[in-house]
Design a protein around this ligand. Structure first.
Ligand SMILES: Cc1cc2nc3c(=O)[nH]c(=O)nc-3n(C[C@H](O)[C@H](O)[C@H](O)COP(=O)(O)OP(=O)(O)OC[C@H]3O[C@@H](n4cnc5c(N)ncnc54)[C@H](O)[C@@H]3O)c2cc1C
Length: 303
């Protein structure tokens, strides 16, 4: 099997997500080749060939230009799978490519087991095994689902046939305004999940955060319910954090949450379900009702 890995160039460098695509292909044991629209002198810690289309000519993002460039590489390399990150770039480009190549599209993959791709559904409560029945397949990988893999230096091959498309013009990125807490710098984070049950119970988790001299964080349902504002959210659509200590209270451990906190140095999870997936990521897993356990822990720490 051969995989074409589509990298992204963001904020002046090749995005780290490229190395998750490499980690994924290592896991499934495929041969690989890379492609990215970036400056021609870009460096990649990747032991293989990478086609680079000059970003000065191909522009930052133009779906038609980028799609055509990838199709050219597909014709040269004949990969079985074309792999994107499940990012805004991948969301937009992968379906376009799948239509153009008449290839199946499997998006938001979190694992690969025996020729099947594992994809969450029902808001990540359930997982299904998916197998494509087309010869070529376009895939998008959920961020954080696969370990990064880096080695060596890429052998760069520049792509010269770039056909500009004047119908669309890339204007730039707009950085979201930062409001509320900046969790990225916190050394200790105590997060509340849906398991807190109601808004008033957030106080219990907040008190533990205070006792540990840490910051309060949250999973997405807590934010969606309006119990805390979005600046508290940890995960793929929230903040990515790497504190020394992360305490997850009533959080199940969905991949979108794990992707935002699994680089924490030490993880403590408190959950009443002994089979909750967060247990796999936790260094210490406390199986308990948080409404009973957390106040006792807080009071002991305060004393
Ligand atoms: C595109 C997309 C992006 C997403 N982005 C994010 C993101 O950035 N961040 C994020 O967090 N999620 C995100 N999600 C949602 C994610 O898939 C999960 O739905 C979410 O993380 C679940 O949050 P939770 O663990 O708090 O809730 P649940 O999954 O409902 O888990 C609640 C947990 O609490 C436990 N519990 C219940 N009562 C108690 C109690 N009394 N004591 C102890 N434990 C208890 C339960 O056993 C359960 O494990 C995203 C989803 C999608 C589709």
């Amino acid at each position: 099997m051969k995989a074409l890995l589509i990298g992204e160039y963001k904020n002046g460098h090749i995005d780290e997500s490229f190395y998750e695509l490499v980690g994924f292909s290592k896991k499934i044991g495929s041969e690989t080749v890379g492609f990215v629209v970036a400056p021609l002198d870009s460096k990649l810690e990747y032991d293989g060939k990478v086609y680079i289309a000059d970003i000065n000519k191909a522009k930052d993002y133009n779906p038609k230009v980028h799609k055509d460039l990838i199709i050219n590489v597909v014709e040269k390399e004949n990969p079985d799978i074309i792999v994107f990150s499940h990012s805004s770039y991948g969301w937009d480009l992968a379906p376009r490519l799948s239509v153009a190549l008449n290839a199946a599209l499997i998006s938001e993959i979190i694992d690969a087991i025996d020729d099947n791709y594992i994809v969450p559904f029902c808001n990540a409560k359930l997982r299904r095994r998916v197998k494509a029945n087309s010869q070529k397949v376009v895939l998008t990988l959920q961020s954080g689902a696969f370990a990064t893999f880096k080695s060596g230096n890429a052998q760069i091959e520049s792509v010269n046939e770039i056909n500009p498309d004047d119908r669309l013009q890339f204007e730039g990125y707009e950085v979201a305004e930062k409001t509320g807490v900046d969790l990225t710098k916190a050394e200790i984070i105590v997060s509340a999940g849906r398991g807190v049950g109601k808004k008033e119970n957030i106080e219990v988790v907040k008190n533990l955060a205070k006792a540990l001299k840490g910051e309060l964080g949250a999973s997405r349902p807590v934010v969606d319910a309006g119990w805390l504002d979005e600046s508290y959210q940890v995960g793929t659509t929230g903040q990515t954090v790497s504190p020394k200590l992360y305490v997850a209270c009533g959080i199940s451990g969905a991949i979108q949450h794990l992707a935002g906190m699994k680089k924490s140095n030490f993880i403590v999870a408190i959950n009443k379900d002994k089979d909750a997936p967060i247990g796999e990521a936790a260094d210490v897993f406390v199986v308990a009702d948080l409404m009973e356990f957390v106040p006792v822990l807080t009071s002991k720490l305060t004393k």
